[in-house]
Design a protein around this ligand. Structure first.
Ligand SMILES: [Zn+2]
Length: 99
């Protein structure tokens, strides 16, 4: 892949890099604010470069908010699956389970 344009200062060259897949797995923790600062920075950096993930984050944010208003604190599996589907649709191509 081509090198993405580096936003901001060049000081964060050693910042943890995350992929879309990892972002999906981390997004709920991100919303709960339970992630280490370096991971939060990686997420912020990823979001700057990845619009589908921005949209995904917004969807999750709205869904978790709605679900919290309705019932418990955890995201039920069906909602999770649905959001994952939205995510892969936005990215245009599901990565499947190929290595
Ligand atoms: Zn992404």
């Amino acid at each position: 892949m081509a090198e993405p344009p580096t936003p901001r200062s060049g000081a964060d060259r050693d910042v943890l890099e995350i992929a879309c897949q990892e972002f999906v797995e981390l997004v709920t923790d991100h919303l709960e604010g339970t992630l280490p600062e370096e991971v939060e920075r990686a997420i912020a950096a990823h979001l700057e470069l990845c619009e589908p993930c921005q949209i995904y984050l917004e969807q999750i944010r709205r869904t978790t908010k709605a679900l919290r208003a309705l019932s418990g604190p955890t995201l039920p599996q069906p909602a999770r699956d649905r959001l994952l589907h939205v995510f892969t649709t936005l990215h245009g191509d599901a990565r499947g389970d190929s290595p």
